[in-house]
Design a protein around this ligand. Sequence first.
Ligand code: C5P
Length: 248
Amino acid sequence: MEINEKIKEKIVLALDVEDIEDAKKLVDSLYPYVGTFKVGLQLYTKYGNEVVDYISGKNSNFFLDVKLHDIPNTVEKASENVVLRGANFFNVHATGGLKMMQAAVQGAKKASEKLNKKPPVILAVTMLTSISQDVMNDEFEINTDVSDFAIRLAKLAKKAGMTGVVASSLEAKKIKETCGVDFKVLCPGIRPAWSTKDDQKRIATPKFAIEQGADYLVIGRAVTQAPNPIEAMEKIYEEIGEIKCLQH
Ligand code: C5P
């Protein structure tokens, strides 16, 4: 299959596996299709830099999904280290506040200047999907609508100079309307019509997510657990390729 670079750039593959050999196999077979591999805490806390160096060795981008959340000084230093390590994407919790997010941007900027490369994509996690309205009301005693709160945090992230946010495709449109079209939205919970839902609740197909404004799609089990991951990925390319502005 001929790779459409506009589609490739949007594909973020979640390497949520327990064993590094499984991660390496996925990288080996899928790197021609994947813009960025996402390494989360599960893999990073077990194998550290071995896994990200393997991805870099394929000349692929990686997203260190570390969700930093600490005092601004610590986040600035950690962000600098994440970027010096080679991450092309990383993220922080927006609930760390404006100063903490600004510190992340500052740390990343320092590192990219040292490396003489373009600054990474820095994303804010607004509200974790595990934080329901009940958790907001009963545990945090905050009487705000959870999705309004997420939008408020997205605006704060924009003010801090973040590249964008992680959000459901169902909220992408509203975020773009509020924060502007250049503010990037990365959407998990992507499920092609032919795949299983797993434990995801608020799902969307790749095509729908992009039509709602998603800039990046996090794709995990729909491809990694498919009987034939390459075939699954090619089907996703075909589906996204139906969108006019993404055609060659
Ligand atoms: O396998 P699946 O496509 O469901 O993987 C989704 C990925 O996106 C996982 O790495 C998960 O941690 C991440 N994610 C999510 N929902 C969020 C934020 C991140 O599923 N709200």
